[in-house]
Design a protein around this ligand. Structure first.
Ligand SMILES: Nc1ncnc2c1ncn2[C@@H]1O[C@H](COP(=O)(O)OP(=O)(O)OP(=O)(O)O)[C@@H](O)[C@H]1O
Ligand SMILES: [Mg+2]
Length: 372
């Protein structure tokens, strides 16, 4: 019965944290830092997950504010939102460690809304956990319900959560985490203090990746590191995953010619077109007749296994960099945005390659007219 529960009733197996659902989308979260059975197979994203708020790279304003509120025991309900791999879950786990120390496992309930969405999650698991607090930890600080991927919750569940939050505000703080804040109903948003986690600055990604490179004693060239940071686009999880995959390939293939992680290796490992391939493609787009351009690009695409959508994205970046009249540039970029849009809806690659070449043919005529 809830009203005579002991702390062990909350932490049922006495070992694991309150975590009914494991995280989804392969983002397994190791909340207590317990070493796994095979340390070598630990994903680096977990091995190097920040343990304290000081370890969290970037977001200094947010961290300082949350730290101050935690120190003053004025922690509000939180809504942390922003793109993947920017430190939202890591930050809230570090807050929990700071708040509870060794009681950490018993004092948080970690739910992943996208695993088990719906009103039952809100009504049962949260309610049970939150309501047991006053009897089990009467003198302790408030508990924390961590609701990851909250944007996957149904509207009904969100409305139900609104009531649960109100009911247990005295004993429990809620931390909602999501990528898309616009999917959280306004009534919930207004009950939380919102913090936006922006994509990480290249400087911060570089700093943290360097730390991992040194700890793992990896041989990574400076251009390899720069490519890794660029491809991760502010997502630290992506950066660490690319690094680990490539290191794995190197360890497995001792016969490989290059035993260090180069720029080319990073691009190959991620399936992204190499900068020199993009330059070659752009050269063809700007110089070759339609049929020759089509033949060359299609052949390179097949030989190297490139995705059309990656080619279009990189060619767009190229168009941003080279000198041309702004109206020609705008037209080209709009055309390529249309092509990218059609590709994401499954339109045929060959047709879209034809469109790409056709829009460059149009741009070339405009450039020749300007030059005359
Ligand atoms: N700001 C950061 N400082 C240091 N490491 C970070 C940071 N952000 C992300 N990481 C690294 O990336 C991994 C994933 O981070 P985290 O789970 O905190 O991301 P998230 O913002 O919650 O992403 P998602 O929206 O996909 O859940 C962490 O384990 C950590 O290794
Ligand atoms: Mg997360």
């Amino acid at each position: 019965m809830a009203d005579v529960s002991s702390p062990m009733d909350i932490d049922h197996n006495g070992e694991k944290p309150n975590k009914p659902n494991s995280s989804s989308k392969g983002k397994t979260v190791v909340v207590d830092g317990t070493p796994p059975a095979h340390p070598k197979s630990t994903p680096w994203v977990e091995k190097y997950r920040p343990q304290s708020l000081d370890d969290v790279a970037a977001h200094r304003d947010i961290i300082d504010t949350i730290e101050r509120l935690t120190n003053e025991k004025k922690l509000p309900h939180l809504l942390l939102y922003g793109p993947p791999g920017t430190g939202k879950t890591s930050t809230i786990l570090a807050v929990a460690r700071k708040l509870y120390g060794s009681e950490y496992r018993k004092m948080i309930l970690e739910l992943n809304a996208s695993d088990d969405r719906g009103i039952d999650v809100v009504r049962q698991q949260i309610q049970d956990f939150a309501s047991s607090q006053s009897f089990s930890f009467g003198r302790a600080s408030v508990k924390l319900v961590l609701l990851d991927e909250a944007d996957a919750m149904t509207k009904d569940a969100q409305f139900a959560l609104r009531r649960v939050i109100e009911k247990y505000t005295k004993s429990t703080r809620f931390a909602l985490i999501c990528n898309h804040v616009n999917k959280i109903i306004p009534a919930l948003q207004s009950r939380c203090t919102r913090f936006r986690f922006a994509p990480l600055d290249p400087v911060h990604v570089t700093g943290r990746v360097r730390h991992v490179i040194e700890s793992e004693r990896l041989d990574v060239t400076e251009t390899g590191l720069a490519a890794l940071v660029r491809l991760s686009s502010g997502d630290m999880r992506k950066a660490l995953n690319i690094l680990q995959v490539w290191n794995f390939i190197l360890v497995q293939a001792t016969h490989m010619a290059s035993q260090h992680i180069t720029e080319e290796a990073v691009y190959l490992c991620t399936g992204n077109p190499l900068p020199k391939d993009i330059e070659q493609i752009c050269f063809w787009l700007l110089n070759e007749p339609f049929s020759d351009g089509f033949k060359h690009i299609a052949e390179m695409k097949n030989r190297k296994g490139l995705a059309m959508v990656d080619i279009v994205r990189e060619v767009t970046m190229f168009v941003f960099r080279i000198k041309m009249p702004s109206d020609v540039r705008v037209k080209l970029i709009n055309d390529m945005a249309d092509i990218e849009y059609r590709l994401t809806f499954g339109c045929n690659d060959k047709l879209q390659l034809g469109s790409l070449i056709a829009s460059f043919t149009g741009a070339r005529s405009a450039l020749v007219a300007v030059a005359k």
